[in-house]
Design a protein around this ligand. Structure first.
Ligand SMILES: NC(=O)c1ccc[n+]([C@@H]2O[C@H](COP(=O)([O-])OP(=O)(O)OC[C@H]3O[C@@H](n4cnc5c(N)ncnc54)[C@H](OP(=O)(O)O)[C@@H]3O)[C@@H](O)[C@H]2O)c1
Length: 273
């Protein structure tokens, strides 16, 4: 398979490394397009693929072109890229908020996969939700699925509109989790623990609890109740959360993230039109 990655920042580089790790592509068949001069030099030193410009005709031979630049950089890029996109090439975009029909219009290209990964892709434990344009065949979809699966799990979303919700839930999700973990560790420190002790207790608690969710075969309510005995310590914490409507605030935060994803999509469409 021949692959081009356009925008080799955090995500682009993660994809390059993941595809090479699983021998999905050889470095001779991997083209890397990067604007940032320092990054370009770094990529050359890494020697993981050929570093080329966005309108290099070699890109026409790619089975898949991955777009991993920031949404605001898309317009500038589209003008160059559309000159060399072959109609058989699958274009896989991970840009937040740029929808399939907009990509088709700007690139004059029909085969589009729009995907939303999250940061644990870095260690092969991400989740990537994706939608397809009508021109993407089953074979094309399988090719992309095989690529995305090198970074974790994948989920096909028939309704592309839900990708903004995906952005808010699993795209931003790791940050909510890190924030929660951080607050637990801070509380541990207030109770007199060292950071190392609190951190170990919290992280192993997260890991064990995650596996309980997946393996205990019990609804979340029941898992909560099993820890929160009447009049006990857990109940004291949960009552405080309820008093301050922590549940409502958390959900409100996520709904605001979704709203922001939609706003950014509208702004991207405006600035790119
Ligand atoms: N990070 C995440 O967790 C995450 C999750 C889901 C989706 N995404 C999406 O992934 C995309 C990339 O995110 P990232 O965190 O990897 O960004 P990043 O680290 O900034 O990488 C983007 C790279 O593309 C370069 N670039 C800009 N314009 C270019 C052009 N015309 N041609 C070639 N290269 C160009 C940038 O150079 P300059 O620095 O010089 O601009 C930068 O090196 C974004 O659209 C984001 O929405 C990210």
């Amino acid at each position: 398979m021949k692959i081009t990655i356009v925008g080799c920042g955090n995500m682009g580089l993660i994809y390059a490394r993941s595809f090479l790790k699983y021998n999905i592509v050889s470095k001779d068949d991997l083209l890397l397009v990067e604007k940032n001069e320092t990054r370009k030099e770094d990529l050359k030193k890494l020697n993981i693929g050929q570093v080329v410009v966005p309108d290099n005709t070699l890109i026409s031979d790619s089975d898949v072109v991955i777009l991993s630049v920031k949404p605001q950089d898309f317009t500038e890029l589209a003008a160059d890229l559309k000159k060399v996109l072959n109609e058989k090439t699958i274009l896989l975009s991970i840009m937040a908020g740029i929808n399939v029909s907009f990509l088709q219009e700007k690139l004059q290209h029909q085969k589009i996969v729009r995907a939303m990964p999250n940061s644990p892709v870095e260690i092969g434990m991400g989740i990537t939700a994706y939608s397809l344009s009508k021109a993407v065949s089953i074979e094309d979809a399988h090719k992309v699925e095989n690529l995305l699966a090198t970074t974790g799990r994948t989920l096909y979303m028939e309704d592309e509109n839900l990708l903004d919700a995906v952005t808010a839930l699993s795209g931003s999700g790791p940050a909510y989790f890190f924030y929660f973990v951080q607050q637990l560790i801070e509380a541990g420190k207030k109770m007199g623990m060292t950071e190392a002790t609190a951190s170990l207790l919290v992280k192993q608690t997260m890991l064990g609890s995650f596996h309980l969710i997946n393996n205990a075969n019990k609804p979340l309510d029941e898992l909560i109740q099993a820890v929160a005995s009447k009049g006990g310590t857990t109940e004291a914490a949960l009552t405080t959360f309820a008093k301050h409507n922590v549940n409502t605030h958390l959900q409100e935060g996520l709904l605001n993230a979704e709203k922001r994803a939609k706003e950014l999509a509208a702004a991207a469409a405006k600035s790119n039109s």
